[in-house]
Design a protein around this ligand. Structure first.
Ligand SMILES: C[S@@+](CC[C@H](N)C(=O)[O-])C[C@H]1O[C@@H](n2cnc3c(N)ncnc32)[C@H](O)[C@@H]1O
Length: 261
């Protein structure tokens, strides 16, 4: 029997919700969801995950769609302060892992500044869930000794990867790009210009780990925006994803879903 403490009064929890499938939540995250008074989720957190919250929880969505904030980061900080100071237990619920491209740094600095006790609860970041779903290893002792998690989205609203690199692209690296934008041809051209071979496998996964998952298996030179499914999308560059294996995985999932109906 595992004993997991309840969410504590006046505490804030920066919690990772994983890529979407509730089965991929940690036990700690699931228990905090059940016991917290206030939950501030991002847009990408699924309703299925929110349905695990206590029926009395106050759920306040603080998502920012397509870079157009409905609430500012300062507004989120104010909500954290207001509810924690009132003695509520508060979850700041982020997709994937809270420390990967989730602006957690700003929230941690704010919580420290205001002496609000907080805890960070890891989640499964999308890159890891997608690799598992595609049966593709992100590292390989003969081909990929480095793993780079990057974003093509800059705070200034620019979508371009090349300025992030100085010098040649590291060899034997797997690159995973979060928030790749919608212009995959331009992104691929940027990557080729930074030294990655045009024939390098590139796989775009849309809505990973949900029933709407779509996979576009290509190379940098054959990647086409029109073949990539709707947001959110993540791009894997490097691991050799086998088209036949992806098709077989999709068929297996469809059969399992049909059996469950
Ligand atoms: C603000 S970042 C948050 C990343 C998150 N903290 C993580 O660890 O996965 C949002 C980006 O994560 C990726 N992402 C999150 N959930 C996804 C999903 N279910 N399928 C594909 N990409 C996803 C997309 O690239 C999306 O633009």
């Amino acid at each position: 029997m595992i004993s997991i403490p309840d969410a504590a009064a006046g505490h804030v929890y920066l919690v990772g919700a994983g890529p979407g499938d509730p089965a991929l939540l940690t036990l700690r995250a699931a228990h905090l969801l059940k016991t917290a008074d206030v939950i501030l989720p991002d847009d990408l957190v699924s309703d299925e995950i929110l349905s695990l919250a206590s029926p009395t929880a106050n759920i306040i969505s603080v998502g920012k769609r397509c870079g157009q904030p409905r609430i500012t980061q300062a507004g989120i900080h104010e909500l954290l302060l207001e509810h924690a100071s009132a003695g509520s237990s508060v979850i700041r619920l982020k997709s994937g892992d809270p420390l990967i491209f989730g602006r957690a740094g700003e929230e941690i600095a704010f919580l420290r500044e205001h002496r609000i006790p907080f805890e960070i609860v890891s989640g499964i970041t999308t890159a890891f869930a997608v690799a598992a779903s595609l049966e593709a290893t992100l590292t390989d002792r003969t081909r990929a000794s480095k793993l780079i998690l990057a974003t093509a989205h800059h705070a200034a609203g620019k979508v371009a990867l090349t300025p992030s690199w100085s010098g040649a692209f590291p060899e034997e690296a797997t690159l995973v790009i979060y928030m790749p934008g919608r212009d995959f041809e331009a992104l691929a051209a940027d990557l080729i210009a930074s030294g990655i071979a045009p024939g390098t496998p590139a796989t775009a996964v849309s809505r990973a780990s949900t029933s709407e998952e779509q996979v576009h298996v290509a190379t940098l030179e054959t990647l086409r925006s029109s073949d990539v499914g709707p947001a959110p999308v993540i791009l894997l560059v490097g691991p050799d994803v086998d088209k036949d294996a992806v098709r077989a995985i999709a068929e297996r999932r469809a059969n399992l879903a049909a059996m469950a109906d």
